[in-house]
Design a protein around this ligand. Structure first.
Ligand SMILES: Cc1cc2nc3c(=O)[nH]c(=O)nc-3n(C[C@H](O)[C@H](O)[C@H](O)COP(=O)(O)O)c2cc1C
Length: 342
């Protein structure tokens, strides 16, 4: 990587040991960060960070860099290329000079870095911030990073929000393209869906709106071969799926309309399912929404409690060669038939 290309406005240089004091001064100007991620850093910590690398990552992929304007230090960034996967660049640390904040400079730097990393064929930039740090959260969300996962742990440093952003527009599927390319896939290869992909699909479901935000959904992930085999007893068609999610709602939790008692359960579960189905597609994973299952058999087979109502079964996997759209996929009623302007 030619680090000078990370910014058109600032000089970008690799931080050396003699820069540690200057970096320390910049960090010291941002006490809020260390309030959420204690303790306050020291020059020794910074010297260690200059070389620190995640396990199994070559030092050649590590760039602890400074953005400078003349003698002034504008920002520092710890960037790891190809981590945790080869198409991802990871920002381990990014901090702005406190005197230069709130002028859009941080966003400008991040935008340019993402652009250049995209040119180098990194598809995503990933990072994490400490949960509840409002400054970090606002900054990264404003800069189009989407939270993929929250980690939990005992220490503050383990409570992380893991987020990523696509580097180039070409990596972001237009929504209409995503919606149009999804189809009910009814034949899958034997490739398993990874834990990371499952987490992302679940996260998309978690982001779904629900009535009064009661979030009555309950999702059962069926991924073990023996459980997938048991599932086949509860439905008529088998699509050789490698993963299934049973989306249910808890009838004691969902919202009920006071006028007529109508429950939001089915609707909430359907929106959750739709989010997950589209996220799966965005990962290249095929799915079919299956309603034709025997709810009482599923209840018995998987020991569902009485208050849980199964709504949808999302069967998933990587599309097989012949896992192509059915003729029904291309058939949509004209809008004039389904839409009326009043
Ligand atoms: C609520 C609902 C229930 C469905 N149930 C089944 C099902 O039990 N079995 C099945 O093969 N497909 C099922 N489907 C898939 C539809 O048949 C399919 O979405 C529709 O024919 C349009 O095709 P496409 O998804 O390929 O665009 C269901 C879809 C929805 C939304």
């Amino acid at each position: 990587m030619d680090i000078s290309k990370l910014s058109t406005r600032y000089q970008v240089v690799k931080a050396e040991k003699e820069d540690a004091e200057m970096i320390y001064q910049l960090c010291h100007g941002n006490p809020l960060y260390y309030q959420y991620c204690p303790p306050m850093t020291t020059v020794e910590d910074i010297l260690d960070d200059l070389d620190a690398c995640p396990p199994n990552v070559s030092k050649d992929n590590k760039y602890y860099i400074m953005f400078k304007e003349g003698q002034q230090l504008v920002a520092v960034m710890d960037l790891i290329l190809g981590y945790p996967r080869k198409e991802i660049a990871f920002i381990g640390f990014f901090m702005m000079n406190a005197d230069m904040q709130k002028q859009g400079i941080g966003s400008f730097i991040v935008d340019e870095c993402c652009q250049y990393l995209g040119q180098l064929s990194y598809k995503y930039v990933r990072l994490a911030w400490i949960k509840d740090n409002p400054q970090s959260e606002h900054f990264w969300i404003k800069n189009h990073f989407v939270v993929m996962k929250q980690t939990t742990g005992l220490t503050v440093q383990e409570k992380l929000m893991l987020a990523q952003r696509a580097t180039g527009k070409e990596n972001v599927m237009e929504f209409i393209e995503l919606a149009g390319s999804r189809y009910s896939c009814r034949k899958f290869t034997d490739q398993k869906v990874s834990k990371e992909e499952i987490d992302l699909i679940l996260r998309a479901g978690q982001l779904a709106p629900t009535a009064v935000n009661f979030q009555p959904q309950k999702i059962y992930v069926i991924s073990k071969d023996e459980d997938l085999a048991r599932l086949q007893n509860c439905k008529t068609n088998c699509f050789s799926e490698q993963l299934a999610m049973l989306i249910c709602y808890n009838k004691d939790v969902c919202w009920k309309r006071s006028y007529d008692g109508k429950s939001s359960g089915d609707i909430d579960a359907a929106i959750v399912t739709t989010h997950m189905m589209l996220q799966a597609k965005n990962l290249g994973i095929g799915s079919t929404w299956v309603m034709n299952f025997m709810p009482e058999m599923i209840r018995e087979e998987f020991n569902l409690p009485e208050e849980i109502v199964p709504v949808a079964l999302l069967v998933m996997g990587y599309p097989a060669e012949d896992g192509v759209p059915s003729p029904r996929h291309a058939s949509r009623k004209p809008l004039e038939e389904t839409v009326e302007y009043l």
